[in-house]
Write a protein that binds this ligand. Structure first.
Ligand code: NAD
Ligand code: TYD
Length: 361
């Protein structure tokens, strides 16, 4: 079991990273978190408002691709663990503009690996580098295919998935070539508090509440595996402490659902918790719009390895996790208002104007 005392979390002002920072500060009482985040459109100090004043949390605004900065952080703070979340993370944005994905996900991961290799040379035995990745690197499944295991071949289909696949390969190479103590996790779709509303579930909650269309791509029968974010954070802490070095672990919620089912569940919860003032159901706002190019039909994760080796399993069901999520968005209107600024409106116009005839702006 490794002890995590001084950890660099990259991307810790984004959705999963911020949840992880909250989780770790609560669960590892003697751990200091150094949180490096560029604060792109997806990152915000608002996601850290509960921990920003903690004496065990230091926030640094900066780029993972800035190797001098990262090297200094690792040396000056005697960091012995890295949890690398920082990334461009949205498939639709990777289709609209792939360059940032190459820069942050591939070049950024490379520079971080280099900084760790140089800072930790000669004392590899005390350190660990955990790379947070996605199930999307494995490509798409047919309805009856077996779920992804760690031995599936990589077959990424979007620029996002390809950039994450490239970063996974770099991490693997640094383990085999330089002996850097790495471990990689490949997780399914997360949902929960602090998720930027460009992703399916928060977008649907917010659009429903503001009386806008709920834009389902294509037939809505694409299947994803859904995991509540806190379960993912527990899995990452487990792998950091006990994951086998040089190995990869698939993390999933054992919860496959078609997109249309997810949207209908969100509508059902909102009908119960915040009924429409004009009557009727949120279901009436669902519209089918033009599909995503190259849209993967199905992802499914087999989490047997992390279950058997490390004893991890998800605690939340989709019902309990979605209820918590909807309640969080209802209770945090100030957060929602702050996130829906000019940059957000620009993205909605770019991605949905043609799809919905401008109805979403
Ligand atoms: P996010 O887009 O919400 O947050 C990304 C964070 O990284 C933001 O705070 C952003 O400011 C920061 N960032 C971006 N570029 C940076 C740079 N160059 N230097 C420093 N910081 C930078 O993403 P997320 O959903 O929290 O995903 C976190 C990680 O988990 C990503 O690596 C993603 O690939 C992976 N992942 C996400 C999911 C999911 O469902 N969201 C599932 C599996 C894996
Ligand atoms: P998303 O949350 O973007 O995650 P990912 O593409 O990484 O799986 O999308 C989840 C699914 O929901 C995906 O199949 C695309 C679909 N989707 C819609 O149908 N409408 C939308 O407006 C969005 C954002 C996604």
């Amino acid at each position: 079991m490794r002890t995590i005392r001084r950890i660099l979390v990259t991307g810790g002002a984004g959705f999963i990273g911020a949840n992880f920072v909250h989780h770790l500060l609560a669960s590892a009482k003697d751990c200091h978190v150094f949180n490096l985040d560029l604060l792109t459109y997806a990152g915000s100090r608002n996601n850290l408002r509960d921990v920003i004043d903690s004496p065990r949390h230091t926030f640094i605004q900066g780029d993972v691709a800035d190797q001098d900065l990262v090297s200094r952080l690792l040396r000056d703070n005697e960091i012995n663990a890295i949890a690398h979340f920082a990334a461009e993370s949205h498939v639709d944005r990777s289709i609209a503009g792939p360059e940032a994905f190459i820069q942050t996900n591939i070049v950024g991961t490379f520079r971080l690996l280099e900084a760790a290799r140089l800072a930790w040379q000669g004392k590899f035995g005390e350190n660990v580098f955990l790379h947070v990745s996605t199930d999307e690197v494995y490509g798409t499944l047919a309805p009856d295919d077996e779920a992804f295991t760690e031995t599936n071949a990589y077959a990424p289909n979007s620029p996002y998935a390809a950039s994450k696949a490239a970063s996974d390969h770099l991490v693997r190479a640094y383990f085999h070539t330089y002996g850097l103590r790495t471990v990689t996790t490949n997780c399914s779709n997360n949902y929960g508090p602090y998720q930027y509303p460009e992703k399916l579930i928060p977008l649907m909650i917010i659009n429903a509440l503001t009386g806008k269309p709920l834009p389902v791509y294509g037939d809505g029968l694409q299947v994803r595996d859904w995991l509540y974010v806190t379960d993912h954070c527990r899995a990452i802490e487990t792998v950091l402490k006990r994951g086998r070095l040089g190995d990869t672990y698939n993390i999933g919620g054992l919860c496959e659902r078609a997109n249309i089912e997810i949207v209908q569940m969100v509508c059902g919860l909102l009908d119960e918790l915040r009924p429409r003032s004009e009557g009727g159901s949120y279901y009436e706002q669902i519209v089918h719009v033009e599909d995503r190019p190259g849209h993967d039909r199905r992802y499914a994760i087999d989490p047997a390895k992390i279950g058997t080796e490390l004893g991890w399993r998800p605690f939340e069901t989709l019902q309990s996790g979605l209820r918590k999520t909807v309640l969080w968005y209802l209770d945090n209107q100030d957060w929602v208002n702050a996130v829906m600024g000019e940059k957000y409106r620009e993205w909605i116009a770019l991605n949905y104007a043609a799809r919905t005839g401008g109805e979403l702006e």
